[in-house]
Design a protein around this ligand. Structure first.
Ligand code: S3P
Length: 439
């Protein structure tokens, strides 16, 4: 597709199902009794990796398209995999499944793509080792022959599950993946397990696992779980992913003469920081038809072109928009004044180093962006021009810079567009469906 600034965008769309909720539906369904039916399941590559891993663990999963049926076997129904569990590009699969595997009596080996092999796993090994599981990382050079100790901290690694004890874990990072891994291991522990995080990260595990029958309670940034509940299969309707809606919020705001209605979007407060930032930048964003679906708050989001100004994004807001920072940086490039993003050092260990990659690509387009230790500083309103964008095979970089390119003078090309299949396979078709008049 030609990425230039010739068009305005109008109309309605529904973005695909939420990635975090789709993953959890498969995982929690697999360890529950009976059938779990998931509708509006995200058919993105990451969630397909989760399906494939649980199939290798002996779970029958029927993927019928937007509906997925999981024939759960209960907490102790998984069987030893005969092959390596390949998580592909998915950090969520790698980290959450490790919590479940830590409680099994068999051992399993996990691997993934080049990005996964660079991402830190020590953050889950530390609490799970304390609970009684064991991990061995495979040495990079000697792969697949010898093992090195777990403190290498990367995939591929082998999980030796076993007898677990409850733990009160003070997590050094606000990470839903770490929190979820510990809570899932807690299902198999001898006594109660508690996780406290420095700031509240997304709470889909707490909401959904309680819906399956887990004895889970939360207070502030702490969640506790009791072991050995009987989990029962559920019907889950997955709301649209606010992380995917974020590209269209940005498109509607920065493209002149545009108006978009994004339907059925999950607006869970632990995920909706993008809405708060868009509003505080002066964006014309309205929530309509607010309701609750499968325990999650949902709304339609109406967005109109707006004059934006720079803001500071920091502190407790960061975990609520961590995946949206690349597209917030694009918004900032079109806003009057300075935007400062801080407390976001986690960006360095996402699918790519998003501090380096976002600032590099904004600069390539003529923007003013300075990387910092824990974020970036962007001076807005430097007119952007088309450029060749290096995505580093990171889906969120490809989508964010498509939005930038649609508002830049001249043509923008992405060195890889395939990576959008990770979370949003129909991204380019959906953009084209909203293309309106030449402006
Ligand atoms: C996710 C948690 C976040 C997020 C990721 C999905 C989840 O990662 O960036 O895309 O589903 O739990 P961290 O837990 O590393 O912050």
């Amino acid at each position: 597709m030609e990425i230039t600034n010739k068009f305005s965008f109008h109309g309605e769309l529904s973005v695909p199902g939420d990635k975090s909720i789709s993953h959890r539906g498969i995982m929690f369904g697999a360890i529950s009794h009976g059938l779990t039916e998931i509708t509006n399941f995200l058919q993105g590559a990451d969630c397909l990796s989760t399906i494939s891993c649980f199939q290798k663990l002996g779970i029958t999963i029927e993927n019928q398209g937007s509906t997925v049926l999981v024939h759960g076997k209960g907490l102790h129904g998984l069987s030893a995999p005969s092959q390596i569990l390949n998580v592909g590009n998915s950090g969520t699969t790698a980290r959450l499944i490790s919590g479940i595997l830590a409680g099994q009596t068999f051992e399993s080996t996990l691997d993934g793509d080049a990005s996964i092999r660079r991402r830190p796993m020590k953050r889950i090994f530390t609490p799970l080792l304390q609970m009684g599981a064991d991990f061995q990382c495979w040495g990079k050079d000697s792969f697949p022959v010898s093992f090195v100790p777990a403190d290498t901290g990367c995939a591929p690694f082998t999980v030796h599950g076993g007898h677990l004890n409850g733990l009160h874990y003070q997590s050094p990072v606000a990470s839903a993946q770490v929190k979820s891994a510990v809570l899932l291991a807690g299902l198999y522990a001898e006594n109660e397990t508690t996780v406290t995080e420095p700031m509240l990260s997304r709470n889909h595990t707490e909401l959904m696992l309680a819906g399956f029958g887990a004895e889970l309670c939360t207070y502030g940034n702490t969640a506790s779980i009791k072991p050995e509940p009987r989990l029962e299969g559920q019907k889950i309707h997955v709301p649209g992913d606010i992380s995917s809606a974020a590209y269209f919020i940005a498109l509607g705001l920065i493209t002149p003469h545009s108006e978009l209605l994004i339907q059925n979007v999950g607006i869970n407060p632990t995920r909706n920081g993008i809405l708060q930032v868009a509003l505080s930048m002066g964006g014309n964003v309205t929530l309509v038809n607010q309701r609750t679906v499968s325990g999650e708050p949902v709304a339609d989001i109406l967005v109109k072109s707006s004059a934006l100004h720079g803001v500071t994004v920091e502190g407790e807001l960061i975990p609520t928009l961590i995946d949206e920072i690349p597209v917030i940086a694009v918004l900032a490039a079109f806003a009057e004044g300075t935007t400062i993003i801080r407390d976001a050092q986690e960006l360095k260990v996402k699918e790519s180093d998003r501090i380096a990659v976002v600032t590099e690509n904004l600069k390539a387009m003529g923007g003013s962006a300075t990387p910092t230790e824990d974020g970036m500083v962007i001076e807005g309103c430097h007119p952007l021009h088309g450029a060749r964008i290096h995505t580093y095979q990171d889906h969120r970089i490809a989508m964010s810079f498509t939005i930038a390119g649609l508002n830049a003078k001249g043509e923008t090309t992405l060195d890889d567009t395939n990576c959008v299949t990770i979370s949003y396979p129909s991204f380019f078709e959906d953009i084209l469906s909203l293309k309106d008049k030449e402006i």
